[in-house]
Design a binder for this molecule. Structure first.
Ligand SMILES: [Fe+2]
Ligand SMILES: [Fe+2]
Length: 150
């Protein structure tokens, strides 16, 4: 008789990397997945109380910022190598995302505890925004036969 393993409840992994956002470049896809995992890990840290000490939250967000910076640097290197014409605009977008997440961390440190709901909403926006912004680069790579080669 086949053994079925129960899937974790959806609430355990609220964010996912949609198939439509896959690049076909294993490094970029892996980096996006790591970012999704960090967002999920931060949300999981809130636990059932829905509240998290701000110092712990700020630590999680610093970890997220480190990975965002690494990923954005890598992506910009690929864009440069591929002579992507949207590089300057995309670099500015990366800067906006970093500023938004940095501001969240600084605001959190002004408080004692953080509520999960506004963080969840902001993470949802940030993830959607950063994946959506990458789509023109993916289309450029596809159109120029560079997918997986950049
Ligand atoms: Fe990007
Ligand atoms: Fe990206």
């Amino acid at each position: 008789m086949p053994e079925f393993k129960a899937s974790p409840p959806p609430a355990a992994r609220p964010f996912e990397l949609p198939v439509s956002a896959l690049f076909g470049d294993r490094h970029i896809d892996a980096e996006h997945q790591v970012l999704v995992d960090i967002l999920n890990g931060t949300i999981a840290d809130f636990g059932s109380s829905g509240r998290l000490p701000s110092t712990r939250f700020a630590h999680d967000v610093a970890h997220l910022l480190d990975h965002l910076k690494q990923h954005f640097d890598h992506e910009e290197q690929l864009m440069t190598a591929a002579r992507y014409p949207g590089l300057a605009t995309h670099r500015a977008h990366h800067g906006c995302v970093l500023a938004k997440v940095s501001a969240l961390r600084m605001e959190a440190l002004q408080q004692t505890e953080i509520d999960k709901e506004p963080v969840f909403d902001l993470f949802d926006q940030v993830l959607d925004d950063l994946l959506r912004a990458d789509l023109p680069f993916k289309a450029f790579l596809d159109a120029n036969g560079l997918t997986g080669k950049a």
